[in-house]
Every structure is written in C-alpha cells, then in structure tokens.
Design a protein. Structure first.
Length: 189
C-alpha cells in the first residue's frame, strides 16, 4: 500500500502498521504519538517530535525503516529491529532498542544510548553508551560509561569507565578519564 501526506502539518498522532511505503513531503512536526510497526516511513524534510505531557512512550518504532532529513526529538525514542536514517543528524534525550542508526552528520543523544549499530560522522552521548558497533568518520564522545563490541573513529573520548572485553577498537586518538578495562590486544591505532 502506498500512501503520502503532502504539505499538511500533523498536530496529532501518526500510527503506521504494515505500511509498505508511506511518504511525507516536506518538514513534519508531531505532537502526539509516533508509532511505526512493520512499515517504511520516508520524510523528505525534517522530523520534529514535540513532547506531549499527557503521553508516555510517545515514540515507538519496531521492525521498520524510517528515512528523514533530520530528527529533532524532545522525547525518548524506543526503536527495535531495523533502521533509522537521519541524513543530516539526530538529536534526542535517550534512545533504546536494537536499532541501526545512520547519519552523514552528528547523532547527539543527550543522556543514554542503548542501540545496535551506529554509523555517522560524529556520535555524542551525554550519559552511558551501550551500543553494539559504533563507526564514525570523525569523533565519538561518551560522557558516561561505555560498552561496545566494536568502535572505529578518528578520535574517541570516554569520560566514564569503559569495558572493551571482546571489542575491536580502531582509533587515531583515545582519551579517557575513567577506568579502562579489558583493552589488551583490542586497540588498532
């Protein structure tokens, strides 16, 4: 099923279940729930998610692909088992789930990130990052603790503790102010 929303602001919820190709042309602001399950959502502009004090778990994405110019969210994102591609960048408080994130710009998570794979130019997490694989062409900055199976970047800074047990780490420069554990034979400068 192909659906499209053109040049209309949406000030309520968007719920997509089993949609093959749902397109929104232009920028898109949502104040209600965003639920995408087993669907493909393409937004040609930027996605802005405004916090609604009356809603819990305002954003939930499962087994879906979401493509957009950028995502600016005032609420946590829960995303399971697929891909979010924000071409110019992603900014949110927390993101959880086994999702793959990608961006040609910066992925900025203000607090905690617990995701699958991250591919971007820069990846900044204000709290803890427990991501399976992080690949950045420039910088990875984690202000809390870090656990990852693989990290690749020009520069990596972890403010908190880091555990590299079983991880493959390839960086040009690594700095940390916390305890570094299990890094023997893992670094490839």
């Amino acid at each position: 099923m192909r659906n499209a929303l053109r040049n209309q602001p949406l000030n309520s919820s968007l719920i997509l279940i089993n949609q093959e190709d749902y397109k929104i042309y232009g920028n898109f602001t949502i104040t209600g729930k965003l639920i995408v399950i087993n669907s493909k959502l393409t937004i040609t502009g930027n996605l802005k998610i405004v916090k609604n004090e009356n809603l819990n778990d305002q954003v939930f994405i499962s087994r879906s692909m979401v493509f957009t110019g950028s995502i600016s969210s005032e609420v946590d994102i829960i995303a399971e088992h697929h891909t979010i591609r924000a071409r110019y960048g992603l900014n949110c408080p927390n993101i959880y789930g086994n999702v793959n994130l990608s961006s040609d710009g910066t992925i900025n998570v203000r607090y905690n990130s617990h995701v699958g794979r991250v591919v971007s130019r820069n990846y900044t997490v204000g709290g803890n990052s427990h991501s399976r694989v992080v690949i950045c062409s420039n910088n990875i900055t984690i202000m809390g603790d870090s656990k990852s199976k693989a990290m690749y970047a020009e520069r990596l800074h972890i403010e908190g503790d880091s555990d590299f047990s079983g991880a493959s780490i390839s960086v040009g420069l690594f700095t940390s102010n916390g305890h570094v554990r299990n890094c023997y034979r893992n670094f490839k400068p």
